[in-house]
Design a binder for this molecule. Sequence first.
Ligand code: PLP
Length: 431
Amino acid sequence: MTTEMHGNGELWENLLRLSEEMEDKARDAFRRIDGIAERNQWKVIEAFKKHQVSDFHFAGSTGYGYNDRGREILDLVYADVFGAEAALVRPHFASGTHTISCALFGVLRPGDELLYVTGKPYDTLHKVIGKPGDGKGSLRDWGVVYNEVPLLEDGGIDWQGIEASIGERTKVIGVQRSRGYDWRASFTVAEIGEIVKRVKAIKSDVIVFVDNCYGEFTELLEPTEVGVDLMAGSLIKNPGGGLAETGGYIAGTRDAVEAASYRLTAPGIGGEVGAMLGTLRSMYQGLFLAPHLVGQAVKGSVFAAALFERLGFESKPKWHEPRTDLIQAVRFGQADHLIAFVQGIQAAAAVDAHVVPEPWDMPGYENPVIMAAGTFIQGGSLELSADAPIREPYIAYMQGGLTYAHAKYGVLTALRRLVESGLIVIKPYIP
Ligand SMILES: *Cc1c(COP(=O)(O)O)cnc(C)c1O
């Protein structure tokens, strides 16, 4: 790499040496990640083969979209990949939040209780849950009862709290797999399986719902393969494989997915209509690529964790810990460090690298937020991106990278920005 390209050539050389050290250390972790990607790749291909996916499935329908074979087969492929009875994969889901909202509204009725057992859910779901009488048509406005069991001090599940909270009216148990933008652990599929076992032992007919955002293909199994009844996720995250231009998916039992489908379109219509327009090829091809791309992104997260831990910052998860989602949190402790990091991630993008992100007051957030999102798909976060609320202890949440090389370049560019701003010092490499 030339000095011209990277400013201070000597610094860049030092960073590359440091990278080599991290990559040597992470070799076994990388091999494990490759192994998971490989198995998931095979699983996806097997499902394509089973349903005889052909070129004409990619054509897409217009109008009502009756008998759209591409749509019907895509649902079956997703169901098989996730080990579920049924799935609903649509570009008509506007976001992850919309998808989760359809799933929850689909199965909950006035008087039923939704009980989240992994603490407070993701920010954007607070308005979906809402307040009684808020007039917004939220779950609580419709008479659904909401409660949550906070996580224990150490981030673990409060089993006693759950047991004490499940009652007559408890209809849906809510689980969020990923840490989201919280400094807590994410829940592995094995842990989710344990939740299913324990809550069903208390009340056998509860529906266990999992917000699976950021989790798909990071492990060998998905939550629906360990007894979860209903799960949802976004196609501009993992399973869209960087190609799906919009959309979401719901997977689970036949009854639960059908109930959710009536919420997306209309009762009696469900998943039988819905023109796919030109979205099918990118959804199929994206799903095909997703296991590999998720592996690339997870390696990027491990690299970031190893590097920043080496420099004395705390990360979550730690570089060697098992992964069940894409998100890597790094605690910077100081606002200017955090801002330089996020700006460095943006500066490494192929799209909009010339834009310098600044903290801004986003609607619905209590603190200013800074985001790096130089992406091909707007807000696509299987692509390299970073977000951070400007508040103590100044944690950056980064995720994605369609290629490991991009994620690595992003992390090194961010680190270089920190060094060049005089915020941290890297010792010169001594052979
Ligand atoms: C991204 C995300 C959502 C919401 O998805 P949007 O597409 O941002 O609406 C919900 N839950 C979790 C854990 C997420 O990561």
